[in-house]
Design a protein around this ligand. Sequence first.
Ligand SMILES: Nc1ncnc2c1ncn2[C@@H]1O[C@H](COP(=O)(O)OP(=O)(O)O)[C@@H](O)[C@H]1O
Ligand SMILES: [Mg+2]
Length: 252
Amino acid sequence: MRTAHPTRPEPQVADGAPLLALRDVQVAYGGIHALKGVSLEVGKGEIVAMIGANGAGKTTTLKSIARLLPLAAGSITFAGQDLGRLDTESVVTAGISLVPEGRAIFPNLTVRENLEIGAYGHRDRRAMGETIDDVVQLFPRLGERMKQEGGTLSGGEQQMLAIGRALMARPSLLLLDEPSLGIAPRLVQDIFAAVGRIAESGTTILLVEQNTRLALAASSRAYVLRTGEIAKHGPSAELARDPEIRAAYLGG
Ligand SMILES: Nc1ncnc2c1ncn2[C@@H]1O[C@H](COP(=O)(O)OP(=O)(O)O)[C@@H](O)[C@H]1O
Ligand SMILES: [Mg+2]
């Protein structure tokens, strides 16, 4: 996986500074306070997980980073840049790609067309072809199905396509919302192996999962979100041993 973007320089972060930082982020849907002051940091090259029950605010957090939701309070910085000033499209250009919950691929477009849509912004055909090659290396199943319509893929293959589409923009930060949801275990394994390889190639990952076991195994650090607040955070291996986490999220 080549990570260097053909036109965009790698985001520069000062030594020790996080690539992504949320500070006291609050988000409300009308009267519903979904995030009540979330602070978290993701360092360059890390896989950081965010776990928590259904409704805890995980998707809301990712959407707020992708500028799909306005902040009621707090701030989000990416490579030292205040994301509050950017619109959704500029966030992609800045190097952030979201793989949404439920995948949202285009069912009537072919696999190749779905990937090409993800590359919007870079017009260079050669660079796009190279990125498609990288995605196929990561997910060989997609290579075998390039001309097939997205809607005919299995759930796991659609998740691969959704991740591949996000990678077409050559992000430096990939936001993954529940990549294992509703997917056959064998393909979940393939997807998580690919996530590891994406991170090894230098792309930073913020992974949201209800599957706590999987998320803690795949990440180096994790945040536990409970009703819109960070209840706990730390190294994933420590959280996996934490009696409270085990009782609440790992079935004892
Ligand atoms: N579009 C919406 N309108 C109103 N409330 C919403 C909307 N989306 C999410 N919520 C509420 O915000 C809270 C957090 O939701 P969400 O971020 O989707 O949680 P998670 O991804 O952890 O399951 C929940 O109480 C949910 O009901
Ligand atoms: Mg969600």
